[in-house]
Design a protein around this ligand. Structure first.
Ligand SMILES: Cc1ncc(C[n+]2csc(CCOP(=O)(O)OP(=O)(O)O)c2C)c(N)n1
Ligand SMILES: [Mg+2]
Length: 791
């Protein structure tokens, strides 16, 4: 096939202009179009950025422009190697988008000079793609997540075509290697398409890449094994590569169209073979072939700044000038400094430009999630601590109806590493099933081609998909075992950075919050043990900006419903909900739960024995479902055994309520904090996670050393549920002993009670070893009983 020379020339002009501006951004503080001979004072003092990946990114951008022009296709561009930002910024500048978002970067000489100078310059554009880049929805700093983001963007987005550049170094990361399997979850009838483009430039930082060095057949088979048909575009002569790339993109689009058309007309029966393009071009393509007698183009030396000292080395300055002039900037920009029509001719019309695609600024497309009235799922609680219910079971019913209500829009998904059933959320399967595009057999359960629960045993994929889904304007939730959510700590951190920056950019619109529900938590002994016990995700969230993080520890089901409803309707936050899947005692009826959640923390007067305003001997505080139970049981025992001990019981549902208001928007006013915790009372605090979390949260409060926090202290094994509390000294008996030790005025009475509780701990240890279950007085404990009846 031959293509019109005129358009091939336009493609090449755009490619050269983007390469020129990409390289210029790395080096020039002035003289951006080399209208004068290059002098040392034109060179930036600090040369910061990456060149090697740029030419490939620019080539792909140019060709996607051509594709959009020819087909009107709705395309977003995801770039895994976001360190190639200057290239992408150059493309977005050339197509005219950047000036629309940043009026300083006009398409004239002054604007172009500013644009070139401002890259990696204080106050200017950062060295990587970030939320500041129009058209971007993926920050390529931490490599590995591009493809998962691409698929997340494509789910339930039937018209979208996501072009995703994967670096060959990036392809070595675990998350990326896992993400290829996302095609097993892409339904061509209802989802959009992802076109991965493997950027095989041969090197990562300083070493070769695996996929560039395995045989061509092996590489083809690798993709075939993962369900892709690959087509290679290779070379170092732009004229040839343009030709091949044009053909490859048309091939890919034809394939995608065929797949989608047959799926959408009900003719597709089996998993389609999706296209992948392998772009094999030199690293640093078009930079000088040699530097100081050593090869430069096509080697890892081109990765960052190919010529490092042009300001001080005249020979290198000359070489840099030759290199920059090799793109012929005088042919690419007119007198005014505007891109000539030969360059802009290949750009799509305004609204079709990739820099302007609203899918990459998903808040613009966001629609309200229709949520049912959560009060309708409330459990009856006529007396606190009387009945037991599984939190996630009820949450599952609520989520089922969120799926039902959002079915017409198809804009809500649940992502999960194959734990929906294990986490007892399976009521959702009454409304939608698990997305599965591979063959199904009779013994499978809950699978379907158009399910909106997406399960893969890769927390990275779940996280990446959800991020992609949210950033393109939809809603979702990630349900996970607590200990294994920490696998994506780092992804969450990158997402938090993206969100933090987005919130500071006026044209980035709010998106739905990223919601985590973690269950099968540290205190929930099931089949697992120490490996499954780890609440450190909370610690990780604590390090993030207060403006974007929220942590909820609902003590019971009605609080869980209230919190979940709030999270699903919120915007721009990272919400963490910690809850139980086990039958747990229920404490609050719905009105009380609503009031408790709104208050963030409150005194449970029915559980203590102090009058309003009276200073207690001890405050027993709890945060988390199991710690709440243990706190209440401790209060129950203390009131029974030492009735003249004045106990106040406080429960915390919104963890950041503990922080001072100047540190977090949810922080409680000091006066209220003191009303709850007293000013001088000793506080024994039972916490779901690591104790240092509470110490950190309250460190601005008066007299913080009176807080004695008990939580998980890395003691774990496969044992009875209550034994986990004992091992970590969070059990009701430990809490009671602690409370008594901190109340010396009780004298002998206190000592006797302490001995009694120590004996109970001893009894517990012996009992579980003999019986493999907790003592009846622990298992059957509820709030009704002598104290409650007496109260
Ligand atoms: C997860 C992660 N590990 C390490 C790095 C450091 N790093 C930055 S660029 C790079 C090489 C990337 O190679 P490749 O994906 O092939 O990109 P390209 O060759 O196109 O520059 C590395 C290792 C990183 N950014 N992210
Ligand atoms: Mg590479």
């Amino acid at each position: 096939m031959t293509y019109p020379q005129e358009r091939l020339d336009q493609l090449d002009s755009f490619f050269r202009a983007a390469n020129y501006l990409g390289a210029a951004q790395l080096y020039l503080r002035d003289n951006a179009l080399l209208r004068e001979p290059l002098r040392p004072e034109h060179i930036k003092p600090r040369l910061l950025g990456h060149w090697g990946t740029q030419p490939g990114l620019n080539l792909i951008y140019a060709h996607l422009n051509r594709l959009i022009q020819d087909t009107g296709q709705n395309v977003i561009y995801i770039v895994g190697t976001g360190h190639g930002a200057p290239g992408v910024l150059a493309c977005v500048y050339l197509e005219g988008t950047l000036s629309a978002y940043y009026p300083d970067f006009t398409q004239d000489y002054a604007g172009l000079n500013r644009f070139v100078r401002d890259f990696s310059w204080p106050g200017g554009m950062p060295s990587h793609l970030t939320a500041l880049t129009p058209g971007a929805m993926h920050e390529g700093g931490e490599l590995g997540y591009s493809l998962a983001h691409a698929f997340g963007a494509a789910f339930d987005n039937p018209d979208l075509f996501v072009a995703c550049v994967v670096g060959d170094g990036e392809a070595e990361t675990g998350p990326l290697a896992g993400s290829w399997q996302s095609n097993k979850f892409l339904n061509p009838a209802t989802d959009g398409a992802v076109l991965p483009i493997l950027h095989l430039n041969g090197y990562k930082l300083s070493g070769p890449t695996i996929l560039a060095r395995i045989g061509k057949d092996e590489l083809r088979d690798y993709f075939k094994g993962m369900g892709y048909a690959s087509r290679e575009v290779a070379g170092d002569d732009p004229a040839i590569v343009h030709h091949e790339m044009w053909a490859a993109l048309d091939w890919a689009r034809r394939k995608i169209r065929r797949i989608q058309q047959s799926a959408r007309s009900g003719r597709l029966q089996e998993l389609p073979e999706w296209p992948v393009i392998i772009l094999r071009t030199p690293k640093g393509w078009t930079d000088p072939k040699m530097l100081d007698g050593k090869p430069l183009e096509g080697t890892f030396h081109s990765h960052q700044i190919p010529i490092e000292d042009p300001a001080t080395n005249p020979a290198h300055l000359k070489l840099l000038e030759q290199w920059l002039r090799s793109y012929k900037p005088e042919e690419l920009f007119d007198e005014e400094g505007k891109p000539v029509s030969q360059v802009s001719a290949i750009c799509p019309e305004r609204e079709k430009c990739m820099g302007r695609n609203r899918n990459a600024n998903g808040g613009e497309l966001l629609k309200e999630l229709p949520v049912p009235n959560y009060s309708e799922y409330a459990v009856q609680v006529s007396h606190p601590g009387e009945s037991r219910t599984e939190g996630t079971k009820i949450l599952g019913r609520y989520l089922r109806d969120v799926f039902r209500a959002s079915a017409p829009e198809r804009n809500f998904r649940l992502f999960c590493p194959d734990e929906t059933t294990s986490n007892r959320l399976q009521a959702v399967f009454e409304e939608t099933l698990r997305d599965w595009q591979l063959p199904m057999v009779a013994s499978d359960e809950f699978l379907s081609h158009d399910g909106r629960v997406v399960e893969i045993l890769s927390e990275h994929c779940c996280q990446g998909w959800l991020e992609g889904y949210l950033l393109t304007g939809r809603h979702g939730i990630f349900a996970c075992y607590e200990a294994f959510l920490t696998i994506i700590d780092s992804m969450m951190a990158q997402y938090a950075k993206w969100r933090k920056m987005s919130a500071e950019i006026p044209w980035r619109k709010p998106v739905a919050s990223l919601n985590y529900v973690i269950t099968s938590h540290v205190w929930e002994q099931d089949h697992n043990g120490y490996s499954h016990q780890g609440p450190s995700f909370i610690n990780m969230l604590l390090t993030k900006k207060a403006s974007e993080t929220r942590i909820y520890l609902p003590p019971d089901v009605n609080c869980l419903l209230s919190v979940a409803d709030h999270c699903l309707r919120s915007r721009d936050y990272i919400n963490l909900i910690v809850t139980s899947k086990k039958p747990m005692l229920q404490w609050l009826d719905m009105p009380a739960a609503q009031a408790h959640c709104a208050a963030k923390a409150s005194e449970w007067t029915w559980a203590g024995n102090v009058d309003k305003g009276e200073e207690p001997d001890i405050v027993l505080a709890g945060a988390g479902d199991v710690p709440t139970r243990e706190t209440l049981a401790a209060a129950w025992w203390l009131r029974r055994e030492v009735p003249d001990l004045r106990v106040r019981v406080v429960n915390v549902v919104d963890l950041f309520g503990l922080r001072s208001p100047q540190d977090h928007p949810h922080g409680m006013e000091e006066e209220r904090f003191n009303r709850l915790f007293g000013e001088n009372s000793e506080v024994v605090f039972a916490f779901h996670g690591y104790p240092n979390v509470i110490h950190e949260l309250i460190h601005h409060r008066p007299n913080p050393t009176r807080f004695h926090v008990r939580g998980y202290m890395e003691e774990g094994t496969t044992t009875t549920p209550f034994d986990m509390c004992v091992l970590n000294q969070l059990s009701r008996y430990d809490l009671a002993i602690d409370a008594l030790r901190r109340t010396p005025r009780l004298g002998d009475k206190g000592h006797r009670a302490i001995q009694m509780f120590e004996k109970k701990l001893q009894d517990h240890r012996e009992y579980i070893r003999q019986n493999d279950e907790d003592m009846p007085e622990v298992q059957q404990w509820d709030w009704t009983g002598p104290v409650a009846q007496a109260a």
